[in-house]
Design a protein around this ligand. Structure first.
Ligand code: NAP
Length: 280
């Protein structure tokens, strides 16, 4: 079995470590804090973990699982320790800027994005089998060696994920719709609810909130750092989606103001019909 290195032992890096070790890989982990490395070894996320990237010198494949802003800088620092054919991938939620920069730095780099997560963060949030049945998107470009893509695909398959391959640009445009826009919409929902000025009503709303609010507020109540990075690194796609969302919201407001139940009903019928297409 190949030896795997993981940089950034948080929710995604830690979950990868748990699953890769349970599938027989030797896992070396590197993180920023000593405490995280200690917990990673205690929890069985890594066979060995430490603060120095030198620990990854023997890795055949390295997963960079740091926050988006640290991915390319981490690769730069890692390069002196890598063997020439080590395959490096990242798990960042945005692909175009990362793939552009990292592919220039390292020939055997392939961008990827396992589309699984929870609202938690850090090494404590790592969980087993997080990637089962989740999409695992690979974003090779023209210059990416086929062997690099193939190795990550093999590992993602072992994790139980469904593999999708597309360009970094297509990935970023698609995830703006189904991942980054929902974070902002859900955040706006929580934000407007906590703006209720009658303290009694606010408290009542908090007590009454149930499955509908849980579903619609989940992604807006997640890791703020991740949301900010989506906005910074996928800015244009996210803005385009948000503007179109605002138009749709204005249209719904108009139908309700005009008591145009026919038009409102036809939108809701269309959304009811279409939702399963996103969830199969
Ligand atoms: P996370 O739980 O906060 O984990 C990130 C870890 O990276 C932290 O525990 C931190 O370790 C470590 N770290 C930060 N800067 C570092 C550096 N310069 N060098 C080494 N380690 C560093 O975040 P996450 O949710 O796993 O997200 C990690 C990546 O996965 C991001 O790129 C994100 O876009 C992507 N992603 C997230 C999700 C999701 O739903 N959360 C889903 C798919 C992909 P210490 O504890 O040692 O400080």
């Amino acid at each position: 079995m190949a030896t795997v290195g993981i940089v950034g032992l948080g929710l995604i890096g830690g979950s990868l470590g748990l699953d890769l070790r349970s599938r027989g890989f030797q896992v070396y982990g590197v993180s920023r804090q000593e405490r995280t490395c200690r917990i990673a070894v205690e929890r069985g996320i890594a066979d060995e973990a430490g603060l120095s990237l030198e620990l990854l010198a023997l890795a055949d494949i390295v997963f960079i699982c740091t926050p988006i802003a640290a991915i390319a800088p981490t690769l730069k620092q890692l390069i002196p320790y890598l063997s020439p054919e080590t395959v490096v991938t990242d798990v960042g939620s945005v692909k175009t800027p990362i793939v552009q920069e990292c592919s220039q730095l390292w020939d055997y780099f392939v961008g990827s994005h396992p589309m699984a997560g929870t609202a938690e963060q850090g090494v404590e949030a790592a969980q087993k089998e997080l990637f089962v049945n989740a999409a695992y998107v690979l974003t090779p470009i023209e210059t990416t060696p086929a062997i690099a893509t193939q190795k990550i695909e093999e590992i993602a398959t072992l994790l139980g994920s469904k593999i999708y391959t597309c360009s970094p640009e297509q990935h970023d445009r698609a995830v703006a719709w189904i991942s980054h826009l929902p974070v902002m919409v859900s955040a706006a929902l929580i934000d407007v609810c906590i703006g209720e000025t009658d303290a009694t009503v606010l408290e009542l709303a908090q007590q009454l909130a149930s499955s509908g609010f849980r579903d619609t507020s989940r992604v807006g109540g997640g890791n703020p750092e991740l949301g900010v990075m989506m906005a910074q690194y996928n800015r244009e796609n996210l803005l385009r989606s948000l503007f179109q969302y605002r138009d749709r919201l204005d249209r719904l407001i108009q139908y309700i103001e005009q008591e145009d139940c026919d038009r409102l009903n036809s939108v809701l019928e269309s959304t009811q019909r279409s939702r399963p297409n996103f969830l199969t």
